[in-house]
Design a protein around this ligand. Structure first.
Ligand SMILES: Nc1ncnc2c1ncn2[C@@H]1O[C@H](COP(=O)(O)OP(=O)(O)OP(=O)(O)O)[C@@H](O)[C@H]1O
Length: 133
C-alpha cells in the first residue's frame, strides 16, 4: 500500500453507526451553512402541515414525499458540489467552476419546479373547495 492509499485508509470506517453519524454531521453542517436548504426545509414543514390540514390521500402523501425528497437531495448534492469546487479553485474566478455550480443549481431548480407543479395539482382542488364551494 503506498502512502496515498494508507492516508485514505485512515479515514475509512466500516462500522455502520460511524458512517451514520458522519451522515448526520453532514446534514447538520448543510443546515448551518446553506440558507437555501433552510428555506426548503421550512417549505417542507408548511407542506406537511397543509397535508395534515387538508387530510390528503395516501397517494398524495407519496407524491408530496417524493417531491420533498427530490428537492432536499438535490440541495444537499448542490451544496457538496459547491464545497468541492471551492476546495479546488478557492477564491479564484474560474469558468469551469461557474459552469459546475450553475449546473448544480439548475438541478435544484428543476426539482423545485417539479415540486411546485405537484403541490399545485394536489392543493389547488382543496383550496378551491374551501374558498368556492
Ligand atoms: N470560483 C468561481 N468562479 C466563477 N464563478 C463563480 C465561482 N464561484 C461561484 N461563482 C458564481 O456565483 C454563483 C453563486 O455561487 P456560490 O458559491 O455563492 O453559491 P450559492 O450562492 O450558495 O448558490 P446556490 O444558490 O446555488 O446555492 C455560482 O452559481 C456561479 O455562477
Amino acid at each position: 500500500m503506498d502512502l496515498k492509499n494508507k492516508r485514505a485508509a485512515k479515514w475509512k470506517h466500516h462500522h455502520f453507526w460511524v458512517s451514520f453519524c458522519h451522515a448526520c454531521q453532514g446534514l447538520k453542517t448543510a443546515w448551518k451553512e446553506e440558507r437555501n436548504l433552510r428555506f426548503h426545509s421550512i417549505m417542507t414543514i408548511l407542506v406537511l402541515l397543509a397535508g395534515l390540514v387538508f387530510r390528503v390521500t395516501v397517494m398524495e402523501w407519496l407524491w408530496l414525499g417524493l417531491s420533498i425528497t427530490i428537492v432536499l437531495v438535490c440541495e444537499l448534492i448542490n451544496t457538496a458540489i459547491e464545497n468541492i469546487v471551492d476546495l479546488i479553485v478557492g477564491n479564484q474566478s474560474n469558468k469551469l467552476a461557474k459552469k459546475a455550480k450553475d449546473i448544480a443549481s439548475g438541478a435544484v431548480l428543476v426539482a423545485s419546479l417539479f415540486s411546485l407543479i405537484v403541490g399545485l395539482i394536489i392543493f389547488l382542488p382543496y383550496l378551491w373547495h374551501v374558498f368556492f364551494s
